[in-house]
Design a protein around this ligand. Structure first.
Ligand code: B1M
Length: 239
């Protein structure tokens, strides 16, 4: 059976194989998704291309059918598990920059929310861009975020939410940071499918990040701005 699948997948051209990944993700076939991921890499696709064209593309289809009541939670869980299989193969490749850490981020999905695929993707892309990432996982109450900030002293706090019912919890965390006088110590980035820029501003985040690539760009830009401002303040104090 495994041999048959191997033969079949290898015999497909890139376009057919991408379509096949969509089908295999849809059907929760983890081994096939992993195998196709390896084949695409072997054919010279970069890890980001495999991620975005094959895996994320396939998961979008799953999302549409979940929304429309064609797929249900057990099937979507299997699809998510298959996607994670592919992502695990890509993780070390995305992280392979060899660069010194350019900053540190604590990230987690907020309380009440167990979606973690997007957050994991952000973690991977941040690691790939040279950040050290401390991933708190899912369903994080405010206390856990605050404890992690104290323990790890990151540059950035990242929060993820995929539900309209859980995204307001980001404000709970930010308000608690304000109450404890911690808000300005950290850059706060938020993301997740139901959020938008307006929401990011309303909860008091530094930025909303539409996707993992934007999270990396935003993190780099805000860290650079913060370091420049700190250097200017230090120079002014010394003068
Ligand atoms: Co859920 N679910 N789900 N689900 N699920 C959604 C989010 C939903 C939109 C589906 C739908 O109806 N179309 C819907 C939410 C509706 C709403 O709130 N308006 C929904 C629902 C309703 C639910 C349940 C309530 C279903 C139920 O039980 N009846 C339930 C809730 C459970 C809970 O959390 N308490 C539930 C459960 C599940 C599963 C467990 C089955 C599974 C999660 C498995 C897992 O994550 N391990 C699941 C899945 C897989 C989805 C969909 C299909 C896919 C989400 C995903 O992984 N997308 C989703 C539909 C959809 O979004 N199309 C859906 C791929 C991922 C790469 O994208 O997460 O958006 P995304 O991440 C992006 C950006 O948003 C951004 O970058 C990422 C990468 O580019 N980003 C950040 C994300 N976090 C960031 C943090 C940052 C920066 C950027 O910080 C700096």
């Amino acid at each position: 059976m495994a041999d048959e699948a191997e033969f079949d997948l290898n015999s497909l051209n890139d376009e057919e194989l991408t379509e096949q990944v969509y089908d295999d993700l849809y059907n929760g076939l983890k081994a096939e998704v992993e195998q196709a991921t390896r084949i695409l890499l072997k054919r010279g696709w970069g890890p980001e291309k495999v991620l975005n064209k094959a895996l994320v593309g396939g998961m979008q289809i799953v999302g549409i059918d979940f929304r429309d009541g064609i797929l249900f939670v057990p099937e979507v869980l299997q699809a998510a598990n298959a996607m994670k299989g592919g992502m695990e193969i890509l993780r070390p490749l995305l992280a392979e920059t060899g660069a010194e850490p350019i900053g540190k981020m604590v990230i987690g999905t907020v309380k009440g929310d167990i979606h973690d695929i997007g957050k994991n993707l952000v973690s991977m892309m941040m690691e790939g861009a040279g950040f050290e990432v401390i991933d708190l996982g899912i369903n994080n109450p405010v206390e856990k975020y605050l404890a992690a900030l104290e323990q790890h002293q990151p540059d950035i706090l990242g929060m993820s939410a995929l539900l309209t019912t859980t995204m307001p919890y980001m404000k709970v965390v930010i308000d608690e940071m304000k109450a404890k006088g911690l808000r300005n110590k950290y850059i706060v980035l938020v993301g997740g499918a139901p959020l938008n820029e307006e929401f990011g501003k309303a909860v008091g985040a530094d930025a909303y990040c539409r996707d993992a690539g934007i999270a990396v760009e935003t993190a780099k830009a805000l860290i650079a701005a913060r370091r420049t401002a700190a250097a200017a303040a230090a120079a002014a104090a010394a003068a």
